[in-house]
Design a protein around this ligand. Structure first.
Ligand code: 5AD
Ligand code: SF4
Length: 441
């Protein structure tokens, strides 16, 4: 008997990439591969890449570089570079890194098995970056990271063209999976023991737009809510311009749809929002938040913010701080604007110097941390059902998440927990990023 064939997946970037990686793993397992303990020993290595910010690209270039030594040691290893950076830089990456065998863009996830089979037959380097392939429906099986939480892509691509963002160029135009295809995947996952689901898309509020139904996403939430065995449903990412009241009402009405809203506002100044091509004003955004609070008073609201967009003045930035104060987000992902060549913002004048961007980021983070802590402090004394997601880095302490995604730690006190187990935890300590408490079962 020959040696067992193994694979390694090195993933960077967003949840969509994680989900794609789970599909690569599924196809490799179908082909008879097993997961390698260490990527240095694998027969097939896939680096799934991200290019949303320059910092990600730098890290990934370093990792691909490392694979040169792996190839030198084992010329038979198949090295694949996939995902957004592969889509963007295609041939350039192949030239720079001769150790790469297959370079595949974002449209080829479904077709990976065929590409690998072809390569193994003829050992000819391949470059696959067409975005013309319509690959919305899902077939096959994913090998998921978590035994209880499943990523479920519902749509791919983005039509928004926010002026700072590279995503529409590397993920192509929006296309949605059919409701039937999505529900079938969820049902299958429930059979395998999954109970928590996150519906994924670059702009989930655009789900099904091709059909002309503005409420298609709200309907999808209601449909998924009815699937027997589903306990928690999350979704990301929403676009404040496209989120209709019907979605908020679906969250309000559906027992299993969790009451958290991730609503990236990016910037508080109307002039910056206009130049970002976001399609809403600060006032419209605040109205939307008010509608969320009206229907779902206990909603956890999180956001994404960019500081230092070209031309951002101190006054503009203060508008961002103002939105943060007014909304009182539970947490925020904060980013320094990163110039992405090929996007309109990269060509704009008045790029903000790095020191100014860093200083603004620090002020923004300090404000947000204060608010996150204050929000968390209000939860002390409450009891939450958390789904256990494993031991924390501290001995004898487990962690899990509330329905709204807040991280909770509790001491096991000698008890054994399993992944995905529902545990009621009474909160006694609040921190900026997490809550601590005691299990009260
Ligand atoms: N620079 C900084 N942040 C960016 N994002 C997207 N493009 C850029 C960029 N060029 C951020 C946005 C988006 C999140 C996923 O990444 O805030 O919501
Ligand atoms: Fe990028 Fe805007 Fe599309 Fe989000 S909605 S992926 S920020 S272009």
């Amino acid at each position: 008997m020959g040696k067992e064939k193994t694979y390694a997946l090195i993933n960077y970037g967003c949840q969509m990439n994680e989900s794609d990686t789970e599909h690569y793993a599924g196809q490799l397992v179908e082909m008879g591969y097993k997961r390698a303990e260490d990527f240095h020993d694998a027969d097939v290595i896939i680096v799934n890449t991200c290019c949303v910010r320059e910092s990600a690209e730098k890290k990934i270039q370093g990792k691909i570089g490392e694979l040169k030594a792996v190839k030198a040691k084992n010329p038979d290893v198949v090295i694949c570079v996939a995902g957004c950076m592969a889509q963007k830089d295609g041939e350039k990456l192949l030239k720079k890194h001769p150790q790469v065998d297959i370079l595949l863009g974002t449209s080829y996830v479904n077709g990976f098995k065929e590409l690998l089979t072809g390569f193994l037959a003829n050992r000819k380097k391949g470059l696959y970056t067409s975005l013309e392939i319509n690959d919305a429906e899902f077939e096959g099986h994913r090998v998921r990271q978590s035994p209880f939480h499943a990523w479920i892509p519902i749509m791919y691509g983005c039509n928004n063209f926010c002026t700072y963002c590279i995503v529409p160029y590397v993920r192509g135009r929006e296309r949605s999976r059919s409701v039937e295809n999505i529900v079938e995947e969820i049902k299958q996952a429930v059979k395998e023991g999954y109970k928590e689901f996150t519906l994924l898309g670059q702009n989930v509020d655009s789900y099904g737009k091709q059909t002309g139904d503005k409420e298609a996403f709200a309907k999808l939430l209601r449909t998924c809510n009815e699937v027997e065995g589903v306990e928690r449903i999350h979704y990301m990412t929403s676009h404040p311009r496209d989120m209709v009241e019907a979605v908020i009402e679906a969250v309000r009405d559906c027992e299993h749809v969790c009451e958290s809203f991730h609503l990236p506002f990016q910037a508080g100044s109307n002039e910056i929002l206009r130049r970002m091509n976001r399609g809403y004003t600060k006032e419209k955004y605040l109205d939307l938040i008010a509608t969320v609070r009206k229907h779902v008073p206990n909603a956890v609201i999180t956001t994404d913010i960019i500081v230092g967009f070209p031309g951002e003045t101190e006054e503009d930035f203060e508008q961002t701080l103002d939105v943060v104060r007014r909304v009182g987000f539970d947490s925020a992902y904060t980013f320094i604007y990163s110039k992405r060549s090929g996007t309109p913002a990269a060509r704009m004048e008045n790029q903000v110097p790095l020191e100014v961007k860093k200083e603004r980021l620090n002020r923004l983070m300090a404000l947000q941390n204060e608010i996150s802590l204050a929000n968390h402090q209000k939860l002390v004394g409450e009891t939450f059902e958390v789904l256990a997601d494993g031991p924390s880095k501290h001995e004898g302490v487990w962690s899990g998440r509330t329905r709204t995604g807040i991280l909770v730690l509790w001491p096991t006190e000698g008890k054994a927990y399993t992944l995905g187990q529902a545990v009621n935890v009474k909160i006694d300590t609040a921190q900026t990023w997490l809550l601590k408490g005691k299990a009260i079962d």
